[in-house]
Ligand binder design. Sequence first.
Ligand code: GLA
Length: 412
Amino acid sequence: MAEQVAVDSKWLLQQFRKVFGSHLKDEVWISEAPGRVNLIGEHTDYSGGFVFPVAIGHNVAIVFRPRADRIVRLYSCDYRQMSEFCLDEIQTSGDAPWSNFFRGVAWVLSDCEPPKRGLDAVISGDVPIGAGLSSSAAFEVASAFALLVAAGTDPTILNSFDSECGLKVRREIALACQKAENLFVGVSCGIMDQMASCIGRAGHGIYLDCRSLRHEPVRLGFDDADMKIVVYDTGIRRGLVDSEYNRRRQEVETGTKMISGILGQSEVHSLRDVELAAFEAVREMLPPKVARRCEHVVREIERVKDAVAALRQGALLGFANLMWESHESLRDLYEVSCPELDLAVKIACETRGVLGARMTGAGFGGCTVNLVQNDALHDFICALPGSPLRPGAYEPRAFVIDVVDGARVSVL
Ligand code: GLA
């Protein structure tokens, strides 16, 4: 089993001192934002549906020192590269594409009060990049926390999960980060990843309504049942995902328009508005591929509601069974799985003590998420392929994840 190595703040501070030098009187901060694993509710967020992600104990961390001017100097420890820009003229970088997530967030926040100030920062992370665990969202959220502190925002407000103020601020940050990714980086992601990184709670899944952004932490209770969440990274990285992702979005939009036309209901704005019975009545009138895509979304939204209800009743088996169904639907109807993901889910299905498994995230590679009894952990992890099944893939690895709180910022 792979070691879980969290970013070490002391090590990152040393890197900061090496790169930028620092006086003891300097106030140096760290902002940390977690990646996420979605337990159920895949490809539903951009249809205004429900999702059920958890924030995981793998972070992107930024050690930073606010500056008096509007210059931003970023050093990525993972890419070993510096990137610099001025807040008055924010453009995308072709040389350091990793910095575009930070630049995008700075660009979105530059319209907000208070006026932004620059900073010097070093960045590192232990969220595997491009593995479907939302390393980009984690970077965006950590960037927003850093920029807001540099601008003088009270860190106690940023760190709060208070329902009145703290959660409102976290929701605004998630929306700003999504806007940065959509408009600056150019990826039309939904809101799930940024929300999970902002509002995740230790030991809880986040039942999120992606239309209203109402959300509720639901206690998982897996530890009490001697179970763990295991993530298996197939080592397959995003290739065509972005274009396939956008194509799925278009197919779903086409389907939504057609369904709304057939039903003559102007109130159908997204598939969230289509009940299963209504969908079944119109399915035959849709082109087969569009029908498959829409069926996945309509049923997956129902599955999230059922899964959360099962969890609330302590029916863990019921919850886990919906994970298998979700995978089949993503494989056969939404067609976003790949052979490595399917094999990992098949192995999970054949291993005693694995209660549920499915692919998680956008798909076409990345990870599976598995609910596994403690006494089956060893057998399961040994049964999963340990070396790449196709050329060019990374080494696959499995790890047990912790479910943690969303982003935070503190003085070092
Ligand atoms: C990616 C996107 C999310 C969501 C998932 C699929 O992670 O960033 O918004 O659409 O894919 O559920």
